[in-house]
Design a protein around this ligand. Structure first.
Ligand SMILES: NC(=O)c1ccc[n+]([C@@H]2O[C@H](COP(=O)([O-])OP(=O)(O)OC[C@H]3O[C@@H](n4cnc5c(N)ncnc54)[C@H](O)[C@@H]3O)[C@@H](O)[C@H]2O)c1
Length: 378
């Protein structure tokens, strides 16, 4: 479908002052022209045909966002549970399916969101992701990419071989505060990196089928943020505890060494009710230090040689309203990169990033089991 519309400008903060243009436009490299250039154009652009596989709470959120996004047209949804597929289809007014291959063959979408869960919240990602690649679709997969490293490697390799874009929903990266922090880094205002301290906690009571559920399901976000700002992680040491009444490693502490020599620490927990705050990211270098509080709420720059700090606070008008806005922005960025013909290598928060985070987590679990410092395979 061809439609006339203004080019997307979507600013997440009001004009004037520090403008943090929505999505990818903020201090990022220009996108290359690639195979997806059929979506580009000044005055007319084809909407990107999107489907969602997995209609739980997160799949419904993706579907709602595709429905609202100016770049996308939601064309179908799928779940192996009929009640869920039907409810989502009726909610969004699109055809619903019980089989992903049938939906992909019938609707031929450009982009597919994989919102399945499974064992350790990710074992069901593999099959529909591979089916979507087989059907020639770009894929945005929920985190964690997959709980099995070998198969996750296969997913990344398949996307690369087919020249398809593969993104992971690392939505914590996609906030004005994180964009600004990245800009400070890229401008050299932090200087040579020294350390990173990251903490993320939510209250997630109950028992789980895997003792590693918390470490594997929560920490793709935290490890990705650490890698996003400080680069590859080379070595990991992990300690963890089972909080009273828990059957899983519910609170964990990682010590890491980055490939560039900087050091880092991560604390994560399923044992603490969210409240405020629930996520903190501190990165320091020889020239300064920044701290992001709660993903989008605030970021502060502390220059090493200046007693005056800089603070960005999420504005009441035009700012993020809730956690859902991180998904909205992440999904919009993926759509925008596709529409601008980005090469698979340019995808922000890529499948390769998802795989790298999962390797760090696997190394941490090996460290927890053996008591040793573990090298992360590159
Ligand atoms: N990015 C974030 O901040 C964030 C937050 C929460 C959850 N998540 C992730 O989102 C994903 C989904 O979470 P959820 O709570 O909605 O899960 P859920 O288990 O409630 O829903 C998943 C749905 O996928 C369906 N499904 C499984 N295999 C399928 C297949 N082959 N074809 C079609 N449907 C299939 C299931 O029937 C189920 O209805 C998980 O991977 C989770 O880790 C991400």
């Amino acid at each position: 479908m061809m439609q006339s519309r203004p080019s997307p400008t979507c600013s997440v903060v009001p004009e004037g002052g520090t403008s943090l243009s929505r999505c990818c436009g903020f201090n990022r490299q220009g996108l290359k022209s690639g195979k997806n250039s059929q979506f580009t154009g000044q005055t007319a652009m084809a909407k990107i045909r999107t489907c969602v596989i997995g209609c739980g709470p997160i799949g419904n959120l993706h579907a709602r966002i595709y429905k609202d996004d100016e770049l996308a047209e939601l064309v179908g949804v799928c779940d192996i549970i009929e009640e869920r597929a039907r409810a989502a289809g009726e909610r969004f007014g699109v055809p619903w399916f019980l089989s992903a291959p049938e939906m992909l063959a019938a609707l031929k979408p450009d982009v597919v969101s994989i919102c399945t869960g499974g064992y350790e919240y990710s074992s069901d990602h593999y099959e529909p992701t591979m089916q979507a690649f087989e059907a020639g679709c770009h894929v945005l997969c929920e985190k964690p990419i997959l709980n099995e490293i070998g198969k996750a490697e296969e997913m990344v390799r398949t996307a690369r071989e087919k020249r398809l874009c593969f993104g992971v929903d690392f939505n914590h990266r996609f906030t004005p505060a994180a964009y600004l922090a990245k800009r400070w880094l890229d401008e050299g205002r932090i200087g040579d990196l020294l350390f990173c301290n990251f903490a993320l906690w939510i209250g997630k009571p109950g028992s789980f089928e895997s003792p590693y559920f918390h470490i594997k399901a929560l920490n793709p976000h935290s490890v990705d943020m650490m890698r996003h700002f400080c680069g590859d992680i080379a070595k990991v040491q992990c300690f963890a505890m089972k909080a009273p009444g828990r059957n899983i490693w519910s609170t964990a502490s990682f010590n890491v060494q980055f490939a560039n020599g900087a050091v880092g620490h991560l604390t994560s927990s399923y044992d603490l009710a969210r409240g405020h705050p629930m996520e903190r990211c501190e990165v320091a270098g020889v020239k300064g230090r920044f701290v992001i509080e709660d993903m989008w709420r605030e970021v502060t720059l502390y220059p090493a040689d200046d007693l005056v700090k800089q603070v960005y606070t999420n504005p009441i008008f035009g700012g993020y309203r809730s956690f859902d806005d991180t998904f909205r922005e992440r999904i919009h960025c993926f759509l925008k990169q596709i529409s601008e013909g980005a090469s698979p290598e340019d995808i922000d928060g890529s499948g390769a990033d998802g795989l790298a985070a999962q390797k760090v987590i696997a190394a941490a679990i090996e460290s927890l089991e053996t008591g040793r410092v573990v090298e992360v395979p590159s």
